[in-house]
Design a protein around this ligand. Structure first.
Ligand code: COA
Ligand code: ZN
Length: 228
């Protein structure tokens, strides 16, 4: 099973892209106070629309996208489109979108902040086992290690659709110096494939696919897609 991964940057954002968005997406953009948030959102939404437009043979503005949140009904939930499973993530100047025709996918990218307090973050998002493993990393490697745990966990809970409703301490993943895997999570007992995505030294990223088929990843640069 091949998951398509499309990478964009905030610098790919242009005012003209907004014309392809639907009313809910324009409202989302307008609600962001910071330009960088607007850019991250419009690049993610446009990658979704333009990649699907290419696959469906229609124009990006005609692609039907729904983000209804199952908890509150607002348009800030997981992206849903006919015939494709999709996951979107953005952090810093990176935007990533994963596509698979059948299997649910979850993707997460995070800018690594070298000055985070990993010990206190561990108490709210890592299991005791993971926190012990993290503490064994050299101090200057802990920010990256913590962020790898985080992106692996987020990829899983985004694939299942739980998102922030999940208690990340219970989503136990493999240690950052081991191949990515879900070790244990009572909230989901189906098959899952997990892999780290190369995202450069400043970022950590991971992809989850809810299937026991082999996971193959094909990565694309979204810049040419967003240029026209
Ligand atoms: C996904 C989530 C974990 C956020 O993660 P994050 O690290 O802050 O942000 P990311 O950039 O990695 O991911 C954001 C994307 O996740 C997607 N997403 C939102 N809810 C999701 C969910 N439950 N499951 C999977 N994906 C979800 C959206 O596509 C969103 O991007 P978009 O709005 O630009 O389309 C999340 O659950 C969340 O914060 N959702 C926001 C909505 C909210 O506040 N819900 C509360 C319930 S009312
Ligand atoms: Zn909501």
């Amino acid at each position: 099973m091949t998951v398509e991964i499309w990478w964009g940057r905030t610098a790919d954002a242009r005012p003209g892209l907004v014309a392809e968005l639907n009313a809910a997406e324009r409202d989302r953009m307008a609600a962001y106070a910071r330009d960088e948030d607007k850019s991250r959102f419009v690049v993610g939404a446009t990658i979704v629309r333009r990649v699907l437009a290419g696959k469906l043979g229609r124009s990006p503005a005609d692609v039907v996208i729904d983000r209804t949140c199952p908890d509150c009904g607002r348009q800030h939930g997981k992206v849903v489109a006919d015939g494709m499973q999709i996951s979107v993530s953005h952090s810093g100047d990176r935007i990533v979108v994963a596509f698979h025709p059948v299997a649910a996918v979850g993707v997460d990218v995070e800018l690594i902040n070298p000055s985070i307090d990993t010990a206190s973050l561990a108490t709210v998002s890592l299991s005791d086992l993971e926190a012990d493993e993290l503490a064994a990393f050299p101090a200057d490697a802990r920010a990256r290690a913590f962020t790898q745990y985080w992106t692996r966990k987020e990829a899983v809970v985004k694939a299942t659709g739980d998102g922030i409703a999940a208690d990340l301490r219970k989503v136990v993943v493999s240690a950052p110096d081991q191949p990515a895997a879900l070790r244990e999570w009572a909230g989901y007992d189906g098959p899952v494939r997990l892999v780290d995505l190369p995202a450069g030294v400043e970022y950590a990223a991971a992809l989850a696919m809810l299937s026991d088929e082999d996971l193959e990843v094909r990565s694309f640069d979204a810049a040419p897609l967003l240029r026209s």
